[in-house]
Ligand binder design. Sequence first.
Ligand SMILES: Nc1ncnc2c1ncn2[C@@H]1O[C@H](COP(=O)(O)OP(=O)(O)OP(=O)(O)O)[C@@H](O)[C@H]1O
Ligand SMILES: [Mg+2]
Length: 393
Amino acid sequence: MTATYPLLEAGDVLAYLRRSGLDRLLGDGPAEVRDVTGGNMNRVFVARAGGRGVAVKQAPPWVQVAGPDWPASPERIASEARAYRYLTDLVPDVVPVVHAFDAPAYTLVMEDLSDLRVLRDVFVDRVGEPGAAELGAAVGRFVGELTFATGDLGLTTTQRTELTAAAVNPDLCRLTLDVLLDEPYRPHEHNRFDPALRPDVEAMYANDELRAAVAELRYVFSTRAEALIHGDLHSGSVMVGRRDGADVVKVFDPEFSFVGPIGFDLGLWWANLAIAAAAAHAVGLDAVGAARQSGVAASWAAFERVWRTRWPSRADPAYPDGYLDHWLARIRREAVGFAGIEAVRRVAGYSHAADLTTLPDGVRAATQRRVLAAAVGWITDPIDLPAVGLETP
Ligand SMILES: Nc1ncnc2c1ncn2[C@@H]1O[C@H](COP(=O)(O)OP(=O)(O)OP(=O)(O)O)[C@@H](O)[C@H]1O
Ligand SMILES: [Mg+2]
C-alpha cells in the first residue's frame, strides 16, 4: 500500500514547519532536525534552532517498524490529539504542550521533551530516579483527573455518549486484545520467553482458572466504556527529569486512547513500577526497588484523592455518596488484574520489559520467573496492590 498524504522524512521537517507557520516556535540561527523515532508505531522528529525546539510526530498508515505490509489506521494520531485536548485542560503540568494538530497530514507538533528521559531508560540504568513517590502521585493524578472528567461522573449522558462514539480506536484496541489479552496465554508465534521459563509458561497455558480470569478482563476491556483512558500507560510513555530545580513528570503517547476501563491505565502503570522494583532488588539495589514500589501506593492514593475531591461535584447526583467506596474497590480490583496482564506480556509475550531483559545472566531468568508467578496471582486473586515481593526464588 502507499500513503495518500506526504510522509515526512527528517529533511522535510523544516519546510513543513515553515509551511504550517510553526517555524516561529524555533529560535534564530541554523536549525537541526533529528529523527528520534524510537517506538514501533510512528515517526518522531525533533527540530531545534537557537535553543528552542519542537517535536513532530506523524502516523504512517501502517506500523512504522513493519512497513506497508502491516497496515494500521493513521487515525490513531487523532486519538492522541483528542486525549491531549482533555489533558491540557486537566493536568497541563503532566503532559507536553501541543502546538498544533494537522489532521489531514496525521501530524502532531508538540513541546520538545528532549531535556527529559524516558522512564524505561532510567529504570534500565538502575541508578535510582528522582522522587518515585512524586512520580507515582503525578501519574495517579493524571489518571484520576482524566477519568473523572470524561466519565459518567464528569459528563452529562449526552456528552459522554458523544465522546464514546468520537473516541473509538478499533485498530489499537484490536492490537491490545491480541497482544495483551490473548496471545501470551497460548502458544503463539509472537510469544518470546527465556528458555528457562518454558515449564512456567507451559503451566500458564494449562491453567484454566487463569484463562477464565483473563477472559473476564478481556471482556471488561472490550465492554466497559467508562472514561477516556491513555490506553498504553507503561514506563515508555512517561518522561522524567528536572526543570528549574523541580522534578518534572510528563506522560506522552496517548495514541491508544479510547473510552475504556479506568483500571487499565492504573494496572499497566503498576505492573511497570513493580517490574522495575523487582529488577532493582535483583541486583541488590533494595532502596531503589523500595522507592519504585512505593510509586504503586502513591499513584493509587493520588487517584483516590482526585475522585474523593471531585465526587461532590458529580454530574449525576443519582449516584449516592456511599457508592463511591464500592466503585473505588471495583476499579482497584480490575487494575490489579490488568497489572497482571501487563506483567505477563512483558515476560512471556511479544514486547518485553528492557528493565528485565538487561539484567545480568545470573539473575535474569529467576527475576522473570518471579514476575510471572506474581502476575498470575494478580490476575486470579486480585486482592492487594501488585508487588513482586522479595522472597528468594
Ligand atoms: N515530545 C517529544 N520530545 C522529544 N522526544 C520525543 C517526544 N515525543 C517522543 N519522543 C521520542 O520519540 C520516541 C517515540 O515516541 P512515541 O512513544 O510517542 O512514539 P510511538 O511511535 O508511538 O512509540 P510506540 O511504538 O512505543 O508507541 C520516544 O521514546 C522519545 O524518545
Ligand atoms: Mg505509541
